[in-house]
Write a protein that binds this ligand. Sequence first.
Ligand SMILES: C[S@@+](CC[C@H](N)C(=O)[O-])C[C@H]1O[C@@H](n2cnc3c(N)ncnc32)[C@H](O)[C@@H]1O
Length: 658
Amino acid sequence: MKIDCSIDALLQDGLLYNILLNRAQLLLKRTPFIQFSLLSIYIIQCVSCLFCRALFHFYWCSIHNAYYQRRENFLCIHNPRDSGRCSSHSFFFSLKIDLLQNLMDSKQLFTDGEIQSQASPTTTARVKRAVLLDKCSGQRQRRCSPRLKDIPQSKRPYYGTSLKVSRQQQLLHQQHHDDDDHAFHAGVQDADCNLNHVIQVNDVDVDVDVDVDVDVNVNGEPTIPATKLEYKSAYVEKGDPLDEIIQNAAGGDSVNDSGTTSLDDTSSAGNEAGDLQCTPAEASNNNWLQSYSLSLRGDGKSSHALVKATTGTFDAHHLQPVQGEQIMQNKEEGNLQNNTRDLNPTVFFTKKHTLVASRKLRGMLLVDISGGQEEIKIPVINLVDDTPFAATGFTYSRSIQVAENVDLPPNADGCRCKGNCIHPKYCACARLNDSKFPYVRHNGGRLRKAKDVVFECGPNCGCGPDCINRISQRGIKYQLEVFRTLDRGWAVRTKDFIPSGAPVCEYVGILRRTDELDKVDVNDYIFEIDCLHTMKGIEGRERRFGAVSTSLCDNIEKIEDGYLEKTPEFCIDANHIGNVSRFVNHSCEPNLFVQCILSTHHDFRLARIVLFAARSISPWQELTYDYGYPLGSVIGSDGEVKVQPCYCGAEDCRKRLY
Ligand SMILES: C[S@@+](CC[C@H](N)C(=O)[O-])C[C@H]1O[C@@H](n2cnc3c(N)ncnc32)[C@H](O)[C@@H]1O
């Protein structure tokens, strides 16, 4: 019987079928006695006898070898993790046949083996390898496929490497050169992403090679000469696409390819940054999202700006490219110059360790506003005017301070979990959150969804600091920057990508009684702890406190009709003591939201206030939340209603802060 083992046939019949058929064919050629013995061994192997397993292994290998020997165009796949074991068939099945075909057609991706060197850009990369050999040598040997080291380089035509990349936060670093006068704005006007190759190495890791075409505008001038874009493969980690940040395709040592783009006549420097987001529906569709960073800079005269392009949505199911679509641009603030025509800007990929600014950043007033208290420095930048940073009267504090006349309730009992809280049904704290942990672990922990109140583990809990139910207690994890705006004073932006649901910062200040505030005329840094109001939402959104675990909020009996209209008893005053959140401005279309959290005690009047990412936030975006002032609610010491115009710039801006 003739067996067709072409890829097409495999597509139709499946490899297993072919192997079985082939095995049967070989058995038929042998004596019945040998067949019987081998079959017996095979059966015994099935009951997991180690000895028989070894024999079977040998037997299977010989069959396997014969198989490859006979089939010229068949791929033998060796999985180094299973070195010496004949597990190639199982590995084979983890690849889609059409994908394999694709690989065969795209030898150039793997022929040089250089792809391995691309591991270097990521500091946290874990490299796995899958080696595809175009065919076995045909020699009869004990192992069904040779080990990688046994194969000369020239005979390794298919060589794939996948990187499992953990979220890399420090993708972009501003870099300033001597010739700062030549600074320019740059933006990605349009980006096209074509998928070249995808290798699904296992069911978690995917290796993607993409071509990118980017239209760049510089200072809004479309007349800049053609821009050369150099790029290299990007790697994508499969996962919850809500965590879509993948990683910088940072390079340096091995740029794969290059393309040339010309500037678009319709370019403008002010195009809005798009957000790379993924809905739960998209998540269930298994979409792949890919992003990478580009750094745009000038020629030897070294004008410089940073750009980030986020492009590409891949349909993982079919492993086919879907039209690249998400584009964002990021512009570095600076003086616009007209001399950029002389520049021949080239887009480079930034790399964490290569492009870190070696000197003080332009406009930097403070290297770290936290004075070393936060794990990550928070610089203060002013590229707008001569306003010095008003550090006087303000002391940075990482944790909340309690005014003398405020008595904190006793600590809550907490859970009895040991180490880390594992099962929400057995964790007393998780039970307060509808028997669920409010956070998912991915990307360092992200809130599943905004809740009325989140109950975290506290001081009396048996679990440790790494517990999943203490996510908001871990301090600031993203690179933030305080910067000067033209019309809203200081503001905060992120230099990192922040995934949706990630905790950004806690509103820190002095926990005070609100009635004391009457003595104070102007205080822009008050946060009234009004969880019920937060629950209610501004402008009459549905009152949601019914979802609060009422029996567990010690003071929930205070929720009664009219309570919402009362002034909250307590507030956090960040006027003199506070952290970076005191500089976070208001927006009518914010990218952060306020989440009340109870951890030490369960008195919601004194809840902690933590700002979470309301959506995925791209690097260099300003961080904002909705202050939620009802209009006319702020009365000055003169008894007059105070009016503060809002300059958030949102399309649906309410035009007034209060
Ligand atoms: C908590 S502070 C924010 C930091 C402040 N921009 C600064 O320079 O310290 C709140 C004050 O910032 C200003 N502000 C915040 N968001 C604003 C907006 N969207 N429009 C106008 N002013 C805003 C208002 O003066 C507001 O009272």
